[in-house]
Design a protein around this ligand. Structure first.
Ligand code: PGA
Length: 255
């Protein structure tokens, strides 16, 4: 039996409400025509502003909806924040946590990732934790250490019940948005390091059945097959190439 693949579209802050509506409508229409691959789940992550509208537009289709961030508290005086239950109510099933842009521009660290993971899991959202080295960390030869630290500190002490699932997205920070992805063999090595870190945290059967690893960073229709074909990489997190419906559907069909 073929293993189910996963493609997550991260729309970042690239589209306003009208742009998000248009892309969701285009995707739905195009997918109805050609049909999505049976063995690929597809999740789109619009901005908070567009989340509920996009979820309504895609209801009943093969597309699911996720969020790009979550706050760790459930309710209270936290100006500007959005809780996991609010995301659920808006239609999200999954949430990206600790994306490198949030680590860079909003000073998020492994501790905030850990708190956000707990909040997401408590509300039944699937957390997609982004890990990856910067160019400086890579050239200093610290890639493996960074990955181990981000996985172990980000997930430390988090129990996983039978229904819960965790996704780790390996995204080398220095290739995001550049159009220049890394060698598949490097992504394969990173997926081994991440798996080993997960095995340090959870029993082997939990790692096997309740966690999965994606690759992200300049994924496009030409290169996606070389990552998603790797033994431990189950899918991709896609930014730029997810902003055009035809392009994105071609990418999905190229797996
Ligand atoms: P990219 O972005 O596909 O444009 O490199 C990926 C991401 O940041 O998740």
């Amino acid at each position: 039996m073929a293993v189910q693949k996963l493609v997550i579209a991260n729309w970042k802050m690239q589209l306003d409400l009208n742009g998000s509506i248009k892309l969701a409508q285009d995707l739905r229409l195009a997918a109805e025509g050609g049909g999505l691959l049976e063995h690929t789940d597809v999740v789109v992550c619009p901005s908070f502003e567009a989340l509920a509208t996009v979820a309504d537009l895609l209801e009943g289709s093969r597309f699911k909806v996720g969020a790009q961030d979550v706050f760790w508290q459930e309710k209270g005086a936290y100006t500007g924040e959005v809780s996991a239950s609010m995301l659920r109510a808006a239609g999200a099933e999954l949430v990206i946590i600790g994306h490198s842009e949030r680590r860079k521009y909003l000073n998020e660290d492994d501790l905030t990732v850990n708190k956000k993971m707990r909040a997401a899991l408590a509300q039944g959202l699937v957390p997609v934790v982004c890990v990856g080295e910067t160019y400086e960390e890579r050239t200093a030869g610290h890639t493996d250490l960074i990955l181990m630290r981000q996985v172990i500190e980000g997930l430390k002490g988090i129990p996983l019940d039978r229904e819960s699932r965790i996704i780790i997205a390996y995204e080398p920070v220095w290739v995001i948005g550049t159009g220049q992805a890394i060698e598949p063999s490097e992504a394969g090595h990173a997926s081994d390091v991440i798996t080993q870190s997960l095995i340090d945290l959870y029993p082997g059967d939990v790692v096997e059945h309740q966690t999965s690893i994606l690759y992200g960073g300049s994924v496009d229709e030409d290169n996606i097959g070389s990552y998603v074909g790797l033994p431990k990489i189950h899918g991709a997190l896609v930014g730029t190439a997810s902003l055009n419906a035809d392009k994105f559907l071609r990418l999905i069909h190229s797996i």
